[in-house]
Design a binder for this molecule. Structure first.
Ligand SMILES: NC(=O)c1ccc[n+]([C@@H]2O[C@H](COP(=O)([O-])OP(=O)(O)OC[C@H]3O[C@@H](n4cnc5c(N)ncnc54)[C@H](OP(=O)(O)O)[C@@H]3O)[C@@H](O)[C@H]2O)c1
Length: 296
């Protein structure tokens, strides 16, 4: 397939791009800077220059595609407006293509809110923190659009094999502080997935998911955040193995309101993707992966 990837230089998007190339798909990546264009080209993509905040500039130049995978975004407070305008311009353009394309939209674990001991699935109601509330209407819009065959992937908290993604802060604090900080409590649970496992799910969904379907990209339903912090402290010989507990207000003041998501105690199930798409994530033991990280 010929696939447009938005965010193809990011943690999720670059893994998706590599997976698509490995499976023989053609990839066109949107890039908003020279550095992003060079990275996308290095990963084997053709490059379309453009910014998702200014879709009217690059969307008219978009050649026909079989699919769009949207993984672009940041935690900018304008993200709601940017994403709405992107769809306002992109969906009518795609509707005018001779063949209806597939459109994979990236949701997330955070729209599901704290689940407590319950396990959220694709059928569960949303309960987003205010910083993520805008996304709910976008998810519905993509799935219900007649312009595309919309599919939603909800990734868990994503890490990569070099201690990046949601593990990055733990690694930094393990080497720079007396103790790794944990927001709320050590027993807060996070759903987890490694970037390359998640990319395999995007590829499977691209190739065979039914239109309007939803999949959780969750390899590990719930992992106690205290065990992640302790694994980093052990690996990098942090003076105190026991994490320092900080409040959600402290992390929000430091990083922004979106960081309140760190304190969400969540259990999410990736069973539907395993059952329906044959997804088989391989990375299921993050503590062993953390123990094997190289020195910093
Ligand atoms: N990481 C997670 O744990 C996680 C979990 C659930 C959901 N998500 C969602 O998944 C999406 C991607 O996450 P990620 O971790 O892969 O993020 P990331 O590593 O920060 O990558 C973001 C990507 O979006 C691109 N981008 C951002 N703003 C853009 C703009 N205005 N125009 C064009 N490109 C733009 C970036 O391009 P540049 O290279 O130019 O910066 C980069 O390629 C986000 O919406 C996030 O909320 C992430």
């Amino acid at each position: 397939m010929h696939v447009l990837v938005l965010g193809g230089t990011g943690l999720i998007g670059s893994a998706v791009l590599e997976e698509l190339k490995a499976r023989g798909h053609g990839v066109l990546a949107l890039a908003r800077s020279n550095a992003s264009a060079e990275k996308a080209a290095r990963l084997g993509a053709a490059v379309l220059r453009g910014d998702i905040a200014r879709p009217e500039i690059w969307v008219p130049a978009l050649p026909p595609v079989d699919a769009v995978i949207h993984t672009a975004g940041d935690f900018d407070s304008n993200m709601a407006k940017i994403d709405r305008r992107l769809l306002d311009v992109l969906l009518p353009h795609l509707a005018a293509q001779p063949l209806k394309p597939r459109f994979l939209y990236t949701g997330g674990n955070r729209p599901f809110g704290a689940t407590g001991d319950a396990v959220a699935t694709e059928e569960s109601a949303f309960a987003p923190l205010p910083a993520f509330a805008w996304m709910v209407a976008q998810l519905q819009r993509v799935r219900e659009s007649d312009a595309v065959d919309g599919i939603v992937i909800h990734p868990a908290m994503v890490y990569d094999g070099s201690g990046g993604g949601v593990f990055r802060r733990f690694g930094q604090e393990a080497t720079e502080r007396q103790a790794v900080r944990v927001v709320g409590s050590e027993s807060v649970h996070w759903p987890l997935v490694r970037h390359d496992d998640l990319a395999a799910l995007y590829a499977l969904a691209l190739e065979s998911a039914p239109s309007r379907s939803i999949y959780m990209g969750v390899a590990i339903d719930a992992f106690p955040v205290g065990r992640i912090a302790r694994a980093f402290a052990r690996r990098f010989r942090t003076p105190h193995i026991e994490p320092k507990i900080i409040s959600v207000d402290v992390i929000a003041a430091e990083r922004g309101d979106w960081a309140r998501g760190y304190a969400l105690d969540q259990r999410l199930s990736g069973a539907k993707a395993r059952r329906e798409l044959g997804w088989a994530p391989r990375s299921l033991d993050p503590e062993t992966e953390i123990a094997a990280l190289p020195d910093r």
